[in-house]
Ligand binder design. Structure first.
Ligand code: SF4
Length: 327
C-alpha cells in the first residue's frame, strides 16, 4: 500500500513516476548524446525519492579500475567487448568517452534549468582511485552552469573531496557505496576501490560541510557487515538505499551461491529495524521478499545467525577518523 507522499504504509520510500511532465521524455532520450534515462533497477538510483523527480544519468568514461568482483557492467550491453577476458579489459583502464564534455554541454543546454537530477554514474565510477578525476569536476561545473542538479555515487572515497565545494554551494547530494564493515572483505571484493576508512571519512567530511549524504548498500554480499555499516554510520548519513545481491549466478558461481543462501526477508526486517523509514529506500528487488515464505527457523536468516555467533568488535569504518582525532 502506497500513500500520496510516495511512501509505503510503514513509511519507507518508493520510486514512482515524476510529478513533472517528462523533460525531454523517452522519445527525446534517443537524441541525447551523453544523458540517458536509466531503466530497471538503475532507475531507482537515478530518481529522487524525496522530490519525486525522475532522473537522468551520465557516464563520462569507459572502464573502471576499481575491479569489483561483483561488477555487472562487463556482462551488460554497456561494455562492447565480449569474450572470456571482458572483465579484465573493463577493469584494466578507464578511458574518457570521445568528446564527452562538448557532447554533455550540448545535452545540458537543452535541459537548462530542469528539475530532474543527473546521476554520475552507473557503468563507471566518477572518482577512481589513482586516476585523474578532473573530468568529473568539469562535468559538475557544466551542470552548475546550466542549473541542472548533479548526484554523485562513488567508491572513490576522498578522491571526491576536492569537488565538495561544488556540491556544497549547489546543495547537491554526495553518495557512496559501502557494503562491508571489514576492509579485509573490501580488499577481496573491491580490490582497487578506496578503503572503507577513506569512504567513511568522505561521507563524514561531506556531512560536516553540510552536504546531503546518502549511502548505497548494494549488492549485499554479507548481511551482517551490511547491517553493521548502517549502525556505525547512522549519525552522519542522511539517506540510505538498500538492495540485495542480484544476478549473482550470472556473474560467478560463488555469488550465485551467496545469493541463494541469504534469507532476504529477514534481512529486510533487520534493515527496517536499523533505519528510520523516512531515511530509507528499500529497492524493489529486496521489497519483493517482504511476504516471501521464510526458511526454517523463520525468525532469522542463516547468514545472520552465523555472523552473530562469530561477531567481534572490530570494524574498519572508523579507523581513519579515530586516528585523525587522536593525532
Ligand atoms: S566501482 Fe562500479 S563500475 Fe567500477 S568496478 Fe566497481 S561496480 Fe564496476
Amino acid at each position: 500500500m502506497i500513500n500520496t507522499n510516495g511512501q509505503r504504509r510503514n513509511g519507507t520510500n518508493v520510486c514512482y513516476p515524476s510529478k513533472h511532465p517528462p523533460l525531454p521524455g523517452k522519445a527525446e532520450n534517443k537524441t541525447m548524446n551523453i544523458l540517458y534515462k536509466p531503466e530497471g533497477p538503475a532507475k531507482e538510483y537515478a530518481d529522487d525519492p524525496i522530490k519525486r523527480d525522475e532522473g537522468w544519468a551520465a557516464n563520462l568514461t569507459k572502464g573502471c579500475v576499481h575491479g569489483c568482483k561483483y561488477c555487472y557492467v562487463p556482462n551488460s550491453m554497456a561494455w562492447k567487448f565480449k569474450g572470456a577476458n571482458r572483465r579484465e579489459l573493463f577493469h584494466s583502464e578507464r578511458v574518457a568517452r570521445k568528446d564527452v564534455l562538448r557532447k554533455l554541454e550540448l545535452d545540458l543546454k537543452r535541459c537548462n534549468g530542469m528539475s530532474e537530477p543527473v546521476f554520475f554514474s552507473f557503468t563507471t565510477d566518477p572518482y577512481q582511485v589513482g586516476q585523474d578525476n578532473a573530468l568529473t569536476r568539469e562535468a559538475l561545473l557544466l551542470c552548475e552552469k546550466y542549473k541542472v542538479t548533479a548526484n554523485i555515487l562513488t567508491k572513490g572515497g576522498m578522491e571526491a573531496a576536492d569537488d565538495f565545494d561544488i556540491l556544497k554551494r549547489n546543495n547537491w547530494k554526495f553518495g557512496t557505496t559501502i557494503i562491508f564493515a571489514y576492509d579485509e572483505s573490501r580488499r577481496e571484493w573491491e580490490p582497487n576501490a578506496s578503503c572503507l576508512g577513506d569512504r567513511d571519512q568522505a561521507v563524514y567530511d561531506a556531512h560536516g560541510r553540510g552536504i546531503y549524504t546518502w549511502v548505497s548498500v548494494e549488492p549485499v554480499i554479507d548481511v551482517y557487515q551490511a547491517l553493521r555499516v548502517m549502525r556505525e554510520m547512522a549519525s552522519y548519513v542522511d539517506f540510505w538505499k538498500v538492495g540485495k545481491l542480484n544476478h549473482g549466478k550470472q556473474i560467478s558461481p560463488e555469488l550465485g551461491e551467496i545469493e541463494a543462501a541469504i534469507d532476504w526477508g529477514s534481512f529486510l526486517e533487520e534493515v527496517e529495524q536499523s533505519i528510520p523509514p523516512e531515511k530509507l529506500l528499500i529497492k524493489h528487488d529486496l521489497e519483493a521478499f517482504r511476504y516471501a515464505p521464510r526458511p526454517w527457523p523463520n525468525s532469522s536468516c542463516r547468514q545472520l545467525n552465523a555472523h552473530r555467533l562469530s561477531q567481534v568488535g572490530r570494524c574498519d569504518l572508523w579507523q581513519v577518523r579515530k586516528r585523525s582525532i587522536v593525532g
